[in-house]
Design a protein. Structure first.
Lengths: 292, 618
């Protein structure tokens, strides 16, 4: 028994099976990420003033990753086109570049972007104690300029292990983020494209004055909850795409090509559609988390 | 006219000519029964697993009914046994083996809902019947993606096993309702191991079940679009295939937001995020140690965005089964076939914009409430169209009261009761009073229990001869039907009265603590006895099912004299389904065509008039 239309198109629909399958799958993916993004919108709209952080992510690195992903979307089309023109050697090259781009994206994400966050610390100051930390928050200055107040002090801790020590009464920063180090510098009014370096400044905060404090883990805030969940799920999609691409880049692809080149071209087309979708999701992730 | 175009459009080589004869090699046990890629075996796997879960879910309810009828008393025989099996103290309240704790009652309720909906009804009505029947009805050799089909069943199975294992976790299974409302569910079972606790396992199980549904849905839609046999135009498809297609779309698009929500709840529970935890949340007079900034309403929106369309996932396949059985036994075409198809599409679309009628009590404001109560009332229109089509199909028919037909006939008024009692719930003002009472329980059970489950029984009796080549016993089928019908109504009808009196649906003592429930609380014992009796009346079915597989009366290809394509295949159909190429010449319900000496003309019979489904006037 053979399933019809696995490779050739059904005449009245003009499509082969997998192409319909992948579009349907992508429709469900739209709903999945749609659910996550609407969660983001819901939480952001409901956030109290000052509780939705801005400017904590590295925009140039994000821009670089965006470019890498868009480039890979182009090369995967070239890989497919090479197969359609029956140029297998070219296919191998373009597909190889696609895989490298995907890997580069993941490496940047996993070895630089995420770990950098895990070593950053933030403490939300209680409403009644905000005045006490005025030198690091600059709320009088912000009020004068009509900007929303600042409620969090962020930076690097002197000793991260001390967080586990329940008897400790204070958090001790060794370096502060520039916004907290120079809160009245007009440059701190809004996020900047190039990240500003941390400023060496030993600051001690009483735990009693703190509402909630955490490293920049998912638990840090609704913002980082959403950031890690959505970029994590997106990363898994990148990984999934890479596994499929690598599978077809290995001899499996060559064998399929020898049996029926159109079959491999179809598979790459379908996997490519998925890859474009993964790219598209990132096109939403980037402005929502890095820029807005 | 569409006949010729459809046949020609299939091109020079006929892909359906590869049927049955090629795969004669015997498959081993594992390949045949466990790792099967044949849609029929997968359908049977889904069916049997689903029926087991259906019965298991019912057993949970029978245990709950003891607590409601006789609160705080030792459940005879079963109670002490459960006390030993379950790891926590769920059935060991106050150190007395066999007495239920409130927590365990909650667990039973949550798991009853979860199991019935996600592990019982959907796998049977959608996955089992859909897998078995749809490819046969459209003349396909199999599903488009047989391996994905297998993965779908395995994913379902893993999800089911995780749900079952949660009964043995130290905390007992999930206890925050099948809706798993946050922050209740976020904070439940904390501190009992990161993964091996009821609520987290519930989430993980759901993720697998959702994955399974998605894989199935993609497969169904692609199959129906791509693998229809020559001549099987859209308006010649049996109504059953139409509703399966629409159901698949609903599953495809409604489930992912719940998957998103499940991931969020998983993050909340495992990584301490606060998607659903607001600022300043306290539990037991302690401030919850979380960043806050989340929203409990977010969960409700994402959950009901799935769970309302899910209601139509539960009922649409049922309506499809009823349409098949009804037309076959009235020996008449489906009245208003096209209207029914368009109505089903309307339901599919509208089901996505009614979800917040489950949330009137959250105080959404007049504008939003008005929107949702308007759409909710709108969706009753296509539902009534379908029910009307089914009812009018009875008119002037010479009805054969076979066992499937008995269930199908009973379905109509029972589904009607369920539907009509839903109207007061659509309106904000009346819903505020009826919300979370037994009235709700009665309402949706009338839709799903004497509704969908009757349709499932009708389907099992109707297609059993196709799948096994043997009839089920008619006498025991009738015993099963009458017993179930009577008990079902004694169980659910009094719940309307209890609900209207204000009895709360989640009370662990059946309302004993509330004065307002006093006048109706006596129904609890009646209902419980009817539920247990109904349990007994399932035994003839179970016995009949297995006995008939081996010893039932042997039948040919078409024992019911039916018209649709599955009856042109051998019983049971071989791998690849059809022994020779099939082509379709007419609509699905050509019964009692005037001027013919037989009262049915199969879709695949080249002799006779060539029509579309709604196109004839007899």
């Amino acid at each position: 028994m053979e399933i019809p239309y696995t490779v050739s198109a059904r005449p009245d629909t003009g499509l082969y099976n997998a192409k319909i399958g992948i579009w349907l799958f992508l429709a469900s993916e739209v709903m999945l990420f749609g659910g996550l993004f609407s969660g983001y919108v819901f939480l952001r709209i409901g956030a109290q003033p000052g509780y939705w952080p801005h400017g904590l992510l590295n925009v140039p690195v994000g821009t670089f990753n965006t470019a890498v992903l868009i480039a890979s979307s182009v090369t995967v089309v070239l890989a497919w086109a090479s197969l359609k023109m029956r140029q297998f050697a070219q296919y191998k090259i373009w597909m190889g570049i696609t895989i490298l781009c995907g890997l580069l994206f993941l490496i940047v994400k996993l070895t630089y972007e995420w770990p950098a966050k895990f070593h950053h610390f933030g403490a939300y100051i209680k409403k009644e104690s905000l005045a006490k930390y005025e030198p690091y928050l600059g709320n009088n200055y912000l009020a004068e300029k009509g900007l929303p107040e600042r409620v969090e002090i962020t930076g690097d801790l002197e000793d991260e292990a001390s967080l586990k020590d329940e008897s400790a009464k204070t958090y001790v920063f060794k370096e502060l983020d520039a916004v907290n180090a120079e809160p009245t510098n007009p440059e701190s009014d809004r996020p900047t494209f190039w990240p500003r370096p941390l400023v060496e400044k030993r600051v001690v905060i009483d735990k009693a004055d703190v509402d909630y404090a955490s490293m920049f883990y998912p638990r840090h805030s609704a913002y980082f909850s959403a950031y890690f969940l959505i970029t994590g799920l997106h990363g898994l999609h990148v990984l999934g795409g890479l596994i499929v691409f690598t599978y077809f880049w290995l001899p499996v692809g060559a064998n399929m090509y020898k049996r029926n080149p159109e079959h491999l071209a179809n598979r790459i087309e379908v996997a490519g559609l998925f890859w474009h979708f993964v790219d598209l999701v990132w096109i939403f992730v980037f402005p929502l988390f890095y820029l807005l | 006219m569409e006949t010729s175009t459809a046949i020609h459009s299939h091109g020079p080589h006929d892909p359906h000519g590869h049927g049955g004869h090629e795969d004669h090699h015997e498959l081993g046990f594992w390949q045949k029964y466990v790792f099967s890629t044949d849609h029929k075996m997968i359908g049977i796997q889904y069916g049997i697993t689903g029926l087991c879960f259906l019965f298991f879910g019912f057993c949970l309810m029978m245990v709950m009914r003891w607590q409601l009828a006789y609160p705080g008393q030792v459940l005879p025989v079963v109670g002490p046994l459960l006390a030993r099996i379950i790891r926590n103290d769920g059935m060991n309240s106050g150190g007395v083996p066999g007495v239920m704790t409130a927590d365990f009652y909650n667990s039973l309720g949550a798991m009853h809902g979860t199991i019935m909906v996600f592990l019982g009804i959907v796998p049977i009505a959608f996955a089992a019947f859909g897998n078995y029947v749809v490819p046969l009805q459209i003349g396909a050799p199999d599903m488009t993606f047989p391996k994905i089909n297998m993965a779908s069943f395995h994913s379902f199975w893993v999800g089911g096993v995780i749900m079952l294992l949660s009964f043995f976790s130290p905390t007992g299974p999930a206890k925050s309702g099948w809706t798993s409302y946050s922050p209740l569910a976020d904070l439940a079972d904390q501190g009992a191991g990161v993964i091996f606790n009821g609520q987290t396992m519930w989430i993980l199980g759901m993720v697998f079940l959702i994955t399974s549904s998605l894989l199935g849905a993609v497969n169904f839609i692609t199959t129906i679009i791509q693998l229809r046999a020559p001549g099987m135009t859209w308006m010649r498809m049996p109504f059953f295939c139409w509703v399966q297609l629409i159901t698949a779309f609903i599953l495809l698009l409604a489930f992912p937001p719940l998957e998103a929500a499940s991931f969020m709840q998983l993050m909340d529970r495992v990584f301490g995020t606060s998607f659903f935890l607001p600022h300043g949340l306290t539990m037991g007079n302690h401030l919850v140690n979380a960043a806050g900034g989340g929203s409990p309403l977010l969960w409700q929106h994402l959950f009901w965005f799935l769970a309302h369309p899910e209601v139509y996932v539960l009922i649409l396949p049922g309506l499809g089964i009823i349409a098949e059985v009804l037309t076959n036994n009235t020996r008449r075409p489906l009245w208003g076939y096209k209207a029914a198809v368009y109505a089903a599409m309307g339901i599919g679309f509208l089901s996505f914009i009614v979800w917040a009628h489950h949330m009137y009590l959250t105080g959404m404001g007049a504008a939003v409430s008005t929107f949702f109560q308007t759409t909710t009332i709108m969706i009753s229109v296509p539902s009534v169209i379908i029910l009307t089509c089914l009812l009018l199909s009875l008119w002037g028919g010479s009805i054969r009261f076979t066992v499937p037909m008995l269930f199908a006939t009973a379905f109509l008024p029972e589904f009607g009761i369920g539907g009509l009692t839903g109207i007061p719930l659509a309106f904000n003002s009346t819903d505020l009073y009826l919300h979370d009472t037994y009235y709700i329980i009665a309402h949706f059970h009338y839709i799903v229990a004497p509704g969908t489950i009757f349709a499932i029984f009708a389907g099992v009796y109707y297609w059993f001869p196709k799948a096994s080549g043997r009839m089920m016993n008619e006498f025991w089928g009738k015993v099963h039907f009458w017993g179930t019908l009577v008990c079902m109504n004694i169980v659910f009808f009094p719940m309307f009265l209890q609900g209207m009196a204000g009895m709360h649906r989640r009370g662990f003592d059946g309302g004993a603590t509330y004065d307002l429930a006093k006048p109706v609380i006596h129904w609890n014992t009646t209902i419980s006895h009817a539920a247990w009796l109904m349990g007994l009346f399932q035994l003839p079915f179970i016995f009949n099912f297995f006995w008939s597989m081996k010893f039932g009366k042997k039948v040919g290809n078409n024992p019911w004299n039916a018209t649709t394509l599955e009856w042109s295949a051998p019983s049971p159909p071989p791998h690849g389904n059809f022994t020779e190429p099939v082509a379709i010449y007419r609509g699905p319900y050509e019964y009692s065509v005037p001027g013919h000496n037989v009262d049915f003309i199969p879709q695949a019979d080249p002799q006779g008039p060539r029509t579309d489904a709604g196109a004839h006037g007899h």
